[in-house]
Design a protein around this ligand. Structure first.
Ligand SMILES: [Zn+2]
Length: 252
């Protein structure tokens, strides 16, 4: 084989590996999106699933989310239904950057984050209200705040964290981050901003049977090239680093 052909094949294999790992991180659930951390276009999901109402909730309009959020959300709503709360209404889920631009144009910047700064672009955020009135004034809001973390969600903008998030209290806005991250954030009363910072500072965090690491992109590329892709999950954290989650339970 000619030398240049070997070089071409080797470099395209390396490039393919790079793109493959890039994709895995982009599909993670821990990306920070806020005024200082804009979502890149490549991280806006293209595969979405429309929610279907159940006995627990209705829809204010067509609402889609990332497919991996549907089951945890339905489990959350089912638990709520069993607890006696059945008047939920989902007002919003995934929004494109263009849809966000339209919202800001129609209602102003005080109503919605500017385009590329909204968590709704991730397909991991939902606005959940109740047909009975202001969720922040009702037992539904209290119930939601107490139970979301068991299903992988967080109340993204708590009342006592507005200085950290830069966003006023939104009892209705839930964000999927997945387990065990939602449990850790609830246990230590951390926002996503604080959690991402904490893991980056510690580099290695152990929680139950999980090991959570924060890597620079370069360090992540090296680390993951020596591991089975199926033995961990990875997520871009929105600040340029990658958070890796490993389960250390017994092998099946
Ligand atoms: Zn929202």
């Amino acid at each position: 084989m000619k030398k240049w052909l070997v070089v071409l094949l080797v470099s395209s294999a390396a490039l393919y590996g790079w793109f493959a790992s890039e994709r895995m991180e982009e599909e993670g659930t821990l990306r920070l999106v806020n005024e200082a951390h804009l979502i890149p276009k490549r991280a806006v999901p293209t595969e979405l699933e429309a929610l279907q109402p159940t006995d627990a909730y209705t829809l204010a309009r067509d609402v889609s989310v990332r497919p991996d959020v549907v089951e945890p959300f339905h489990q959350l709503m089912e638990e709520a239904r069993v607890a006696g709360y059945t008047t939920w209404i989902v007002n919003s889920g995934f929004r494109t950057i263009d849809e966000q631009r339209g919202l800001v144009a129609d209602y102003g910047g005080a109503y919605a984050q500017r385009p590329s700064r909204s968590e709704h672009h991730t397909g991991l955020a939902l606005d959940v209200g109740t047909t009975r009135g202001d969720i922040g004034e009702l037992p539904e809001g209290t119930w939601l705040a107490e139970h979301v973390s068991a299903h992988g969600f967080i109340i993204r903008y708590p009342a006592h964290k507005t200085e950290v998030t830069g966003i006023a209290y939104e009892p209705w806005h839930i964000r999927y981050v997945g387990l065990p991250h939602s449990t850790i954030m609830a246990t230590y009363d951390w926002t996503l901003e604080e959690y991402v910072d904490y893991v980056a500072a510690e580099e290695v965090v152990r929680f139950g049977n999980y090991t959570i690491r924060s890597f620079s992109r370069r360090a992540y590329d090296k680390w993951q090239s020596e591991r089975e892709a199926s033995s961990f999950t990875a997520s871009a954290d929105g600040t340029g680093r990658v958070i890796v989650t490993e389960w250390n339970g017994e092998a099946s």
